[in-house]
Ligand binder design. Sequence first.
Ligand SMILES: C[S@@+](CC[C@H](N)C(=O)[O-])C[C@H]1O[C@@H](n2cnc3c(N)ncnc32)[C@H](O)[C@@H]1O
Length: 285
Amino acid sequence: MNHRLTNSEFNRLSSFITCNYGIKLPEKKKILLENRLQKRLRELDINSFGEYIEHVFSDPGLQNELVHMIDSILTNKTSFFREKQQFEFLKDEVLPSIYKNKSKNDEFRIWSAGCSSGEEAYTLAFLLSEFKSNNSDFNFLITATDISTRMLKTAKKAVYPEKLVIDVPVHMKQKYLLKSKDRHKKSVRIAPELRNIIHFEQHNLIEKEYSAFDSFDVIFCRNVLIYFEKQTQHEVLDRFTEKLRKNGYLFLGLSESLASFNLPYKLAMPSVYIKTATKSTHKAL
Ligand SMILES: C[S@@+](CC[C@H](N)C(=O)[O-])C[C@H]1O[C@@H](n2cnc3c(N)ncnc32)[C@H](O)[C@@H]1O
């Protein structure tokens, strides 16, 4: 049986979600929210959204259910080598130029912000490991964060159906992927040496402080800001700007852009920006 969300129930949930997670949920997303939460109601054997909302905002609900509610709302679509031209640019332009200007002990630091189930972070790990095999003194650190507990669990486990790795080049598959011993499973696992070099952490991008994170040479935040209100996008971008080194690169999704923000970047290729000043000098309009 399908349950219906009333307008006031929708408003209560959508303002809570926007306020705490940045995700915009205008009126037209009501059916989407309703559909995405149906499964939770069924799993909990709850018969109305009114009852579900009471549960989610109760003390035990805030402790145990909130994480499931947020997980069922988030859009987690991702893939290995998604928007491939950006990875080509990273490999051919960004890595050589940053490597050339780095002192020996200075490690290359990259952040996949909104990493979903890990495909973006592992794609970075493949490329950086390949770069290191040609430049042995190149050291790097990958941080990968997401708000979703479920996605981070998948990312850390690093087991993917074989059909999801078709875009990984053959020589990288041979080097960095392990086949399941159970031949019926048709899954692969990322090799332990790559799993161990990524620091996966839970982080909410709308938090005011990113104090746990040091400065980065490159930040990937692709297909995440698109879900946020404009003001939230600006605040997140300001914090990225603080965490990015001068001449560092910010990679956004192909449908995202900095065009409407006054931020100290210049365009390097579509949706990829290079930071031109050490600190953000502009506030939201
Ligand atoms: C569509 S996926 C993008 C994954 C990957 N970056 C890519 O482009 O393939 C968006 C991710 O952003 C995460 N996300 C949404 N709101 C967030 C927030 N407030 N803080 C951190 N991550 C968030 C979601 O959990 C989801 O995994």
